[in-house]
Design a protein around this ligand. Structure first.
Ligand SMILES: Nc1ncnc2c1ncn2[C@@H]1O[C@H](COP(=O)(O)OP(=O)(O)OP(=O)(O)O)[C@@H](O)[C@H]1O
Ligand SMILES: [Mg+2]
Length: 436
């Protein structure tokens, strides 16, 4: 889960502590840096924040660090929520940059509650990032990524970005031929450009895809969305926006790399780039690989929520158990995504036994966490409609989405269940769901 950054002068520890406690009570993660003037790491924390709260005081007005925080937030487009904690008169920089945004103060009777409510509002406005993940193969991660994204867009409208983070790139091949996918990655118009500077960012850059032995850590500005993504809902297709960042095999090189510092920088690039695209979409979905690698960690740190598709069987249960352990071990608590488990490919018979038992908590102990509480209410049935069909030459990619195309008996029921999962996901993202 992303955090709110608190900018303060260092001379207002009581107000800082009070705010920190109130945010904690509301379940909002916060960050602040202490010890003016060094501001160690403040820019990084601000760039990863969904909002910056500025504690406005006489000391803050004189503080170089607070001024720098405000400048960084403005430059990065991070929303600023000022909160006045004493009778300071604002002048100069603060008068022009902060005063126009200032509506709340501790002298108001419910000032702190309003501040918390506004912070929560800023968090919810932020586009949710969902990783579809299970450490078991073949449970429907790719199918769910594609079909659920299509259904979410159809039900809720808005703009959805699908990112193929699996080096097998099956998701990309759901929509495009292998040749088209490879042609796209041939010019770095593909997932590798989320991690490293590439020819998509600069004409004279080397292709990181051809560079198996070394990693590029040069910083880059995220590519403009229209030069990067593939639009699945085309001009002649259904309205709305569902875009794909196409996948490729070469991102598997990160699993073999042993330069820890370079990998840390590359992960940071990925997180920043995802954050950048967040402002241009209403939902971002990752399809992921079934084993725990560097890519898993990147996906988990960027995501607010993991959706784990699971079959109604004991092997899938094991995959979910491992997944929960990986989330716990690999991601620090404040950044940990919530986990939602989605029954996929259940048939009637299993529904009455395994699924029912799981919902009643029978498997909570084996899972190692309260699985019954993490289960999504909606589920996807087993159906031949979900079977992968290679894209047909000349046919637009949106025809692969079950909410929009397909023929045959039972399709309406499939569409309804997809839409139910989409609605439930939307509700969870808007705060209906508990943290991990
Ligand atoms: N609800 C369903 N009903 C019937 N078949 C399904 C269903 N969901 C997925 N499938 C089929 O199961 C197979 C595996 O699905 P998919 O490729 O989505 O799994 P995955 O978890 O992404 O696999 P991998 O671990 O290899 O990435 C595919 O043939 C797919 O069509
Ligand atoms: Mg897959």
């Amino acid at each position: 889960m992303p955090h709110v950054y608190i900018s303060h002068s260092g001379a207002d520890p009581d107000a800082l502590l009070q705010l920190h406690e109130a945010l904690r009570a509301a379940g909002i993660a916060d960050r602040y840096t202490t010890g003016e003037p060094e501001r160690m790491g403040a820019d990084t924390e601000i760039s990863a924040a969904f909002a910056v709260i500025v504690l406005v005081s006489a000391a803050a007005v004189r503080s170089r660090a607070v001024r720098q925080d405000v400048e960084t937030a403005k430059a990065l487009g991070v929303p600023i929520i000022p909160y006045q904690i004493d009778k300071a008169r604002l002048n100069g920089f603060f008068k022009t940059e902060v005063q126009p945004l200032l509506r709340l103060s501790s002298s108001m009777e419910d000032g702190l509650e309003q501040l918390i409510a506004e912070t929560q509002g800023a968090y919810r406005r932020k586009c949710p990032v969902v990783a579809v993940m299970n450490l078991k193969g073949g449970v429907g991660k790719t199918t769910v990524s594609a079909q659920l994204s299509g259904a979410w867009q159809e039900v809720n409208g808005g703009r959805v970005l699908l990112i193929d983070l699996d080096p097998q790139y099956n998701l990309t091949q759901t929509f495009y031929s292998m040749e088209a996918a490879d042609a796209s990655s041939g010019v770095d118009r593909s997932v590798i450009s989320l991690f490293e500077r590439s020819r998509l960012h600069a004409k004279d850059a080397a292709s990181p895809a051809e560079n198996w032995l070394s990693l590029t850590i040069a910083p880059f500005t995220p590519a403009p969305r229209d030069s990067f993504v593939h639009q699945i809902l085309g001009e002649d297709g259904p309205p709305g926006r569902l875009d794909l960042v196409s996948g490729q095999f070469e991102i598997s090189k990160y699993a073999f790399a042993n330069d820890r510092d370079a990998l840390a920088a590359i992960k940071q690039h990925f997180l920043r780039t995802i954050d950048h695209y967040r402002s241009e979409y209403d939902l971002i979905v990752f399809d992921t690989n079934p084993n725990a690698t560097f890519l898993t960690r990147c996906a988990l740190e960027a995501a607010d929520r993991v959706i784990a598709p699971m079959h109604a069987d004991i092997y899938s249960l094991r995959g979910v158990r491992l997944l929960n352990l990986v989330i716990r071990d690999q991601v620090e608590e404040a950044k940990r995504p919530a986990l939602s488990v989605l029954f996929n490919a259940v048939n009637r018979n299993e529904q009455s036994t395994f699924e029912g038992d799981a919902r009643n908590g029978v498997y909570d102990q084996i899972a190692g966490f309260p699985l019954s509480k993490s289960l999504m209410t909606a589920a996807l049935p087993r159906s031949a409609h979900f079977a992968v069909k290679a894209p047909v030459d000349g046919q637009p990619p949106w025809r692969q989405l079950l909410v929009h195309a397909g023929r045959g008996g039972g399709l309406k029921a499939i569409r309804d269940s997809l839409k139910q999962v989409a609605l439930e996901l939307k509700n969870l993202s808007e705060g209906g769901g508990s943290g991990h």
